[in-house]
Design a protein around this ligand. Structure first.
Ligand code: HEC
Length: 134
């Protein structure tokens, strides 16, 4: 093989590897929480204070991607290869509290895991997201 062909071949192999890696990381398909997360009940009672506190936590941590109204149009969203979920949509609202809590806790791809927020704060965020139902 000539040096030119060798260089071309290496280039093609590298490009395919990068594409395959990209597909593995980003073409993730539907995000489904594990079945055991589904029936976990929200242990935090809903109140105006819980919702107001969660709204502040969301403003500080989530709206950059999910947008001020939670529709997924935050300023950082445009740069992401996977679009942030629209919290007001049936796809999110149709999930159980336990599933939403699990996703907030574990994250996926550009959605960071939020286990460093207390469980109480994460359940509060679930209550807040529920208030955005269309
Ligand atoms: C860096 C951008 C970013 C930030 C910050 C972020 N998210 Fe996300 N979020 C995403 C992306 C992207 C997805 C979609 C992930 C996927 O489908 O693989 C997502 C998905 C979700 C989902 C899943 C919806 C569903 O039912 O499938 C929930 C719930 C969620 N985010 C809540 C939050 C909360 C609460 C915060 C703040 C504590 C937050 N996110 C902060 C980017 C972000």
């Amino acid at each position: 093989m000539s040096a030119r062909w060798f260089g071309f071949t290496v280039g093609v192999v590298a490009a395919v590897a990068v594409l395959a890696l990209g597909a593995g990381v980003w073409a993730q398909g539907k995000w489904v929480a594990p079945p055991e997360a589904k029936n976990v009940k929200n242990p935090v009672a809903k109140s105006d204070k819980v919702v107001a506190d969660a709204k502040k936590i969301a403003a500080a941590n989530c709206v950059a991607c999910h947008g001020a109204k939670g529709v997924g149009d935050g300023p950082a969203a445009a740069a992401l290869p996977v679009k942030p979920a629209n919290w007001t949509a049936a796809a999110v609202q149709g999930e159980s509290d336990g599933e939403i809590f699990w996703k907030i806790s574990n994250g996926r791809g550009p959605m960071p895991p939020w286990k460093h927020l207390s469980e109480k704060d994460r359940w509060g965020l679930v209550h807040y997201i529920r208030t955005l139902k269309k």
